[in-house]
Design a protein around this ligand. Structure first.
Ligand code: MAN
Length: 360
């Protein structure tokens, strides 16, 4: 069944203006793609906060990176004249300079808390900042998975070494234990499942496409301890001619239902990102039981179509508040955070059995 998730009427619920920068020489250009978890009677978000150097001279652009030589790290900036021929600023997310790719902003993660799921108190300071050589271009797109009384945060780390996925563990969202890189470059969109399947932990991951024509597809891996991952399988691919033809990646933490694991993933064609659903076998989640044919969310609202990088809805977290009610937190236009209200039953109705799909 085709649906379009119902948005909260006062979206966006977080904008860059709500987030104080980590330093006066930086401006917040995005507060989006938040991980989300139910913690006691609160909903806790880890917002991705993207900051850009403020230029005193509009003829120059700043290339930011984190300098780890000082404790806590600070963002150092290389200033480049906008009219030099070796500079390409055509994608606002990046800076291509002298044949090398950089990011135009550096992201950190910041806690925000709410009792009703719609109004959030945002911490005045960053919570997780880039701290290792794998993170000097930023930490992005966290997923928070509750497992055995703790919260595990898998996120994207960007550096000259590539894009990889470290893991953090916390119980209070104040202290974070660093558990190291669990998926090496080029990989992202790692989403840990909240419970074991047949005795093993499971995770989505998304290796980059290859020169042999493979597209960026969703893979599934298993682990005995959340740190060592193996038995990798390509779980599902892009679908030619459809809304998820270009690339796909895991989104929110899967929800356990009587029918199996229900997950929301993203799919893109060019720079337009939508969300869809997939249903996996409870005991063997490398088996796809069904998938939505149509997207469940497309960028249609003005704040989803505009923004820093327009026509994007992208989720890193959905919270099941009661047996049926689900709140989907999503980044809109790589700028702001919105929330959509749905239910387990509505999401399950969007899933078409695998036999009815063109290519799963
Ligand atoms: C990539 C990631 C996301 C971002 C989308 C859309 O998948 O960098 O963080 O939201 O692109 O720009």
């Amino acid at each position: 069944m085709a649906i379009e998730l119902k948005r909260y009427e006062h979206n966006p619920i977080v904008t860059p203006a709500d987030v104080p920068p980590s330093s006066p020489d930086l401006e917040v250009i995005g507060a989006f793609n938040a991980g989300a978890a139910l913690v006691g009677d609160e909903i806790v978000l880890l917002l991705r906060v993207a900051e850009r150097p403020i230029s005193a001279d509009s003829r120059r652009v700043g290339i930011p990176r984190v300098d780890l030589s000082e404790t806590g790290g600070h963002i150092e900036v290389e200033w480049v004249d906008r009219d030099v021929p070796e500079l390409d600023l055509s994608d606002p997310r990046g800076i291509l300079y002298k044949g090398r790719q950089y990011l135009s902003s550096v992201s950190h993660l910041r806690v925000a808390r709410s009792r009703d799921g719609f109004h959030f108190a945002i911490d005045p300071k960053p919570t997780v900042v880039p701290s290792t050589p794998y993170e000097v271009y930023g930490v992005e797109d966290p997923r928070i998975t509750p497992i055995d009384g703790a919260y595990y945060v898998s996120y994207t780390a960007v550096s000259p070494m590539g894009v990889c996925v470290p893991l953090l563990r916390t119980t209070d969202f104040v202290h974070f234990e660093r558990l190291g890189v669990i998926f090496p470059p080029e990989n992202k969109n790692v989403v840990l499942f909240p419970d074991r399947s047949s005795g093993r932990y499971a995770a989505f991951h998304r290796p980059a496409g290859s020169a042999f024509g493979s597209t960026p597809d969703i893979w599934l891996a298993y682990s005995p301890d959340l740190l060592h991952w193996g038995d990798h399988r390509r779980l599902m691919g892009t679908r030619a001619g459809m809304w998820d033809a270009g690339r796909i990646g895991g989104g929110a933490v899967p929800i356990e239902t009587p029918k199996g694991w229900l997950a929301i993933y993203h799919g893109a064609v060019g720079s337009r990102y939508c969300l869809g659903t997939v249903l996996l076998d409870r005991d063997a989640p490398h088996r796809v039981l069904g998938r939505s044919v149509d997207p469940i969310m497309t960028p249609i609202e003005p704040y989803e179509r505009a923004g820093f990088f327009g026509s994007v809805v992208f989720t890193c977290g959905a919270v099941r508040r009661s047996d049926d009610e689900v709140l989907v937190y999503y980044g809109a236009g790589d700028s702001t955070l919105g929330v959509a209200m749905t239910s387990v039953s509505e999401l399950l109705e969007t899933v078409e059995p695998v036999s009815a799909l063109t290519a799963a």
